[in-house]
Ligand binder design. Structure first.
Ligand code: ZN
Length: 623
């Protein structure tokens, strides 16, 4: 037994009847067979936490737990009917009962009163989670898998703890190596190594055309050793940040991947879609569903602001990045405060309807910053301009009897569209959600606490949830799609893909193209080489594979800007300025080479500190 566990044991009163003392990642859990001690251990635990400064929890040993039937019955009796309990799950491996409810607050009770009662009467440790307002297959699958694998997870989390609390040397050096997403956008991956440990910040996949020969980060770099990798941290679900994670598991990695709950669910959705699209198109997918399953088994979710050790000398905090549901900047406290590194991930430092702006004040100290630079040398139009223009254009098309097609990414942009459209009472037509959009929206309904304060107010207090508006209709089958395609009534269709590179959006375009009353509305970036970009540039005729005749575009084509989930130069600068301490070193990544060069110069002028834009495979020593 490691010294820290010994230390805790020594502080327990006689008669504590300890069955087990286990790590749960960086947390420590005591399992007792003494019910009286279980319910009265509060002060003892607080004393221990005060001394060792780690999270310690006490739970009942399995032998004294009430039966599952009786416990379920009691939970349902205690909670008011309005709580809307959907499921009660048991994880005897962790002595936990997990309650999924429509209104978790009502199961928790005032100051946790109801939870306390459940524990007093059954000895199970209750946990309450929000049941999504729209059923999500992904959330159900994750839940089922984690229940099935609870025994494995218990052992795995203990092993993670053994490593975290294992032997370590005084911090000697800290380096970061650019494995992907430097002087380019796509396949983001940063390797952080010290003389004790190593971690990856993001492990993405490039989906853009000019990277097709090498879409993955440089995992073959000599600095990277999968056997020695302690942890993987994912900033957000977009594939250019998370798309290569399952590949790590197929190559034998069995350590944890840290992210927020929404990031976990959304990245699974996107990875599965990527895999099935690749299969459908006869391309080679870098992983199978086995890799995704292993990833789910090894996911450790964190909340924003929760501080946790992820290696002997790495302490991680995730903070709101304002970019996507659950998106986070990643702060590493390295070597007990010897160095503090902030990796911004993709960042929005401006409030939008969907998310509050990135949190710059969460971190006490920051010496080094790795900042995204997507729009690092330019300006973006303000968010509300986009909303106004979008509604005006859509309503004009509907008024003349037209149908509106908005191609958009399933995660993020689509939900922004939904909020913009649903807030306008003058829009009364059905709004169809095709492709993955419905699934991604369902995941949004499970995590309102990750939405903007504005939307939380609407959803939780005013009961006005834009995501479950009756005007929204999910398209789940080819038959439902055909029904929409053959109707001539005005309607709005949100569909993937966002750049008209395949996906159901193409079916709608083919049907809508001939009628000048219809409207094609671009709301996101259209990359060079995509059909979306060509149409934006004014193409009126599109050849169609396998057909003699192409498609003539008679419908109106418009572009609405302002919905970006990124920050422009002014906002990125403002974010760095708002940090509690002035960083000593700023590295720029996630941007095209020219933009990075300009941004790096601007950063140097502004902050007068060391700034650079490393190339892929370069290593920078931080200390
Ligand atoms: Zn992103």
């Amino acid at each position: 037994m490691t010294p820290i566990l010994e230390q805790i044991k020594e502080q327990l009163p006689r008669g504590a009847k300890l069955k087990d003392i286990l790590y749960e990642g960086a947390d420590i859990v005591l399992y007792t067979e003494n019910a009286e001690f279980l319910l009265s251990a509060g002060t003892t635990i607080r004393d221990i936490v005060g001394k060792i400064k780690k999270r310690v929890e006490i739970r009942a040993a399995e032998s004294i737990l009430e039966s599952q039937e009786k416990t379920e019955k009691l939970v349902k009796e205690l909670a008011p009917a309005e709580a809307g309990i959907r499921d009660v799950f048991f994880e005897p491996e962790f002595s936990k009962v997990i309650v999924h409810a429509e209104k978790p607050g009502l199961v928790i009770g005032k100051a946790g009163e109801l939870l306390r009662k459940i524990k007093e009467k059954t000895y199970w440790t209750p946990e309450v989670r929000r049941a999504p307002a729209i059923d999500s297959d992904i959330i159900k699958a994750v839940r089922a898998m984690q229940h099935r694998e609870a025994d494995y997870r218990r052992k795995f989390l203990h092993k993670v703890g053994e490593r975290i609390y294992g032997p370590k040397n005084e911090i000697d050096w800290i380096r970061v190596t650019a494995l992907g997403g430097f002087r380019e956008v796509g396949r983001s991956c940063v390797l952080v190594t010290t003389n004790n440990s190593s971690a990856l910040l993001d492990c993405g996949l490039s989906v853009s055309a000019h990277h097709l020969s090498k879409p993955y980060p440089y995992l073959e770099a000599p600095e990277f050793n999968i056997q020695k990798l302690d942890s993987v941290v994912i900033s957000h679900a977009h594939l250019d940040h998370s798309g290569t994670v399952p590949f790590l598991y197929e190559y034998g990695y069995r350590g944890p991947v840290y992210c927020t709950r929404p990031t976990r669910d959304l990245m699974i959705l996107l990875q599965m879609d990527y895999m099935s699209v690749a299969q459908r198109e006869g391309k080679k997918s870098p992983y199978t569903s086995k890799g995704i399953e292993e990833m789910i088994k090894h996911c450790v979710t964190l909340e924003w602001g929760q501080v946790t050790d992820i290696a002997p000398d790495l302490r991680l905090t995730l903070g709101n990045a304002g970019h996507l549901l659950g998106s986070a900047s990643c702060h590493l406290n390295i070597g007990d405060g010897a160095y503090n590194l902030l990796y911004t991930g993709d960042l929005k430092y401006q409030n939008t309807k969907l998310f509050d702006k990135a949190d710059a004040e969460l971190y006490q100290r920051v010496e080094g910053v790795i900042t995204e630079s997507t729009y690092g040398d330019g300006t973006l139009p303000p968010y509300d301009h986009g909303e106004e223009k979008l509604r005006t254009l859509a309503k004009a098309a509907l008024a003349r009897g037209g149908r509106v097609l908005i191609p958009c990414f399933a995660v993020g942009r689509a939900q922004s569209m939904i909020v913009t459209l649903m807030e306008d009472p003058e829009i009364t037509v059905p709004v169809y959600l095709d492709g993955m959009i419905w699934d991604a929206t369902a995941i949004h309904t499970a995590y309102p606490e990750y939405l903007s304060r504005y939307l939380q107010g609407q959803i939780l207090r005013k009961q006005k949830n834009p995501f479950i508006d009756p005007r929204l209709k999910g398209i789940g089958s080819g038959e439902e799609r055909r029904a929409v395609l053959t109707t001539s009534h005005p309607c709005i269709v949100l569909s993937t893909s966002g750049m008209l590179q395949g996906g159901p959006a193409m079916e709608y375009l083919k049907t809508f193209a001939h009628d000048p009353r219809n409207l094609l509305l671009f709301v996101g970036y259209q990359a060079e080489g995509t059909l979306g970009r060509r149409i934006q540039k004014g193409w009126k005729y599109i050849p169609i594979e396998g057909r003699d005749e192409g498609l003539e575009l008679k419908l109106e084509v418009q572009t609405v800007e302002g919905y970006s989930g990124h920050s422009d130069q002014k906002e990125l600068m403002a974010f760095i300025r708002a940090l509690k301490t002035r960083p000593k070193k700023i590295l720029a990544n996630h941007g095209e080479s020219m933009k990075i060069s300009n941004f790096v110069r601007a950063l140097h002028r502004e902050f007068a500190v060391e700034t650079s834009g490393p190339k892929i495979l370069e290593t920078v020593r931080l200390r």
